[in-house]
Design a protein around this ligand. Structure first.
Ligand code: NVA
Length: 214
């Protein structure tokens, strides 16, 4: 499929359950292959998220971001962004939901792994969360709801962050599960700018890839 599509299009953008599928496709493609989300990474989301932070608060280098919830695909991309852009990411997950150890190791001092959401967000410049059950994890939903109790980003948690901290979420969000409605619909939330920036950041990525083609 990669060989055939490479003869017909200039870029392939894939959203897949398995990261290995995208890597395998890319190995056989002659044109750039963009990861539009896999079970392992969500790099396009991070282009929009970093753009959103910079628009709202300026340079993210040297800042502290608190991640609360699952050590999932979006968390992995936040970890890599911390290393790439020079900020600190404090990740608070329930036990057993930690991010991938290889990514953690590769990110070194840019990432701190914790279990207490309060420690993750204390004096942070941004607070981020994501759904407790990602695509493909629907069968685990009931167990996950129990395991993530206490990890809701609510106003009392946000109050521990920096006074000017912003709240980010890649969406879709489940109000009053991973985030309280008072937070996602409150003044510190930038989720609608963040959602719009998916359009601008992905257009920029396509321009870069197409411009770089021989
Ligand atoms: N972690 C979520 C992100 C959705 C954009 C998922 O994989 O379903």
């Amino acid at each position: 499929m990669a060989r055939v599509m490479s003869r017909m299009v200039d870029v392939v953008v894939i959203r897949a359950n398995s990261h290995a599928t995208v890597e395998r496709f890319a190995r056989h493609s002659r044109v750039p292959v963009v990861n539009a989300l896999t079970d392992f990474h969500h790099p396009c989301q991070l282009l929009a998220d970093i753009q959103t932070y910079i628009e709202a608060r300026g340079d993210i280098a040297g800042r502290v971001v608190g991640w609360v919830g699952d050590g999932n695909n979006v968390c992995h991309s936040w970890m890599q962004a911390a290393r790439q852009f020079g900020f600190t990411l404090r990740v608070a997950t329930p036990k057993g939901y930690e991010p991938n150890p290889d990514i953690t190791k590769a990110c070194g001092a840019s990432v701190a792994l914790l279990n207490d959401p309060r420690e993750a967000v204390r004096a942070a410049d941004a607070v981020v969360t994501d759904t407790w059950a990602s695509m493909g994890q629907e069968a685990e939903k009931t167990q996950r709801m129990k395991d993530f109790a206490g990890y809701t980003v609510d106003q009392s948690l946000m109050a521990l962050a920096h006074r000017d901290a912003i709240f980010l979420h890649c969406l879709p969000a489940y109000r009053d599960y991973e985030v309280a409605r008072e937070v996602i619909d409150g003044p510190q939330s930038v989720v609608w700018d963040e959602a719009e920036n998916r359009l601008h950041a992905q257009k920029a990525l396509l321009e870069l890839l197409l411009g770089a083609m021989p």
